[in-house]
Design a protein around this ligand. Sequence first.
Ligand SMILES: CC(=O)N[C@@H](CCC[C@H](N)C(=O)O)C(=O)O
Length: 373
Amino acid sequence: MNPFVSIRRELHQIPELGFQEFKTQAYLFNYLSTLPEGRMTIKKWETGLFVKVHGLNPTKTIGYRADIDGLPITEETDLPFCSTHEGRMHACGHDFHMSIALGVLTFIVNNPINDDLLFIFQPAEEGPGGAEPMLKSEVMQEWKPDMIIALHIAPEYPVGTIAIKEGLLFANTSELFIDLKGKGGHAAYPHKTNDMIVAACALVSQLQTVIARNVDPLDSAVITIGKITSGTVQNIIAERARLEGTIRTLSAESMVNVKKRVEAIVKGIEVGFECEANIDFGCMYHQVYNQETLTREFMNYIEKSSEMSLYECKEAMTGEDFGYMLKEIPGFMFWLGVSSDYGLHHSKLNPNENAIEQAIQFITSYLVFKDKK
Ligand SMILES: CC(=O)N[C@@H](CCC[C@H](N)C(=O)O)C(=O)O
């Protein structure tokens, strides 16, 4: 078996949430310690790592970022190497991202190029966001790369495909947490209570009118409520409800407008249901915007290669805090086809592992091409 497939399987078994990636960090660190000393400098940052691979005669530094956190999902794949952490799963492919990054890093350590490379193993991409604080860290300021790249697995594309576009690739995002507090009581006396389950249901429906009626149909936005918590038992009217969700917009202006509308609607619920409401917009991610020249050059490189097919995709409503890095450092992100029947954030996501070796070879050859360019 390809060693980086084994590594992926080992990492797959130990998914950890954002800023709790202690075992993952130790695993990465231990692996890196097996590589020849002298060619690398490793610096720990929170639960992540910066690894500088020293070039032979550097004129620039190329950054490569891999995110390392898992999701609060109970895995349902039945794979022999499925998650050993209850209620946690690498359901967004970060196990792939890490093993591919280690494969590329290993190749370059053993076959040095002229330029320096900076590998960034970043915690907390799923939230609350590790990219922005990592970018502001002293290490990054000292080792700031001249360009930076990252990939994300794409279950919907076949292995051997890279999907990418110039400019906007991923949306602006904001988390959304809404707490409602009313008056609970006996199920048989609704007139003496303010039922927060009824209020929460009304709120979910009304929030969808923001997308349908307040956003230009030629723009795009999403409000998803992914979790509602409320109630204690079947015959008690719920005093509290909590809605957890996310807002996505293609433009930064739309995000401001959508948030204003969310606030107005929540105010209306407060008045209409005589309850207290609190909104917390949680963490926000800047859009992922691919720098045009570097992206076009990469696309041309794919087209000339026999290893990968290029698919020029549309932008997606997914979010990625890599957007913060791209805001300050020119570069791009791309989708790597891994053909899985189940999508990202699904408990049965099962990406095709053949994509790992292919990606390592392709990215390595691209870095060699970029060397000294
Ligand atoms: C690629 C991907 O799936 N990223 C996540 C990022 C989540 C950001 C934040 N927790 C939010 O929900 O807004 C995504 O859900 O798109």
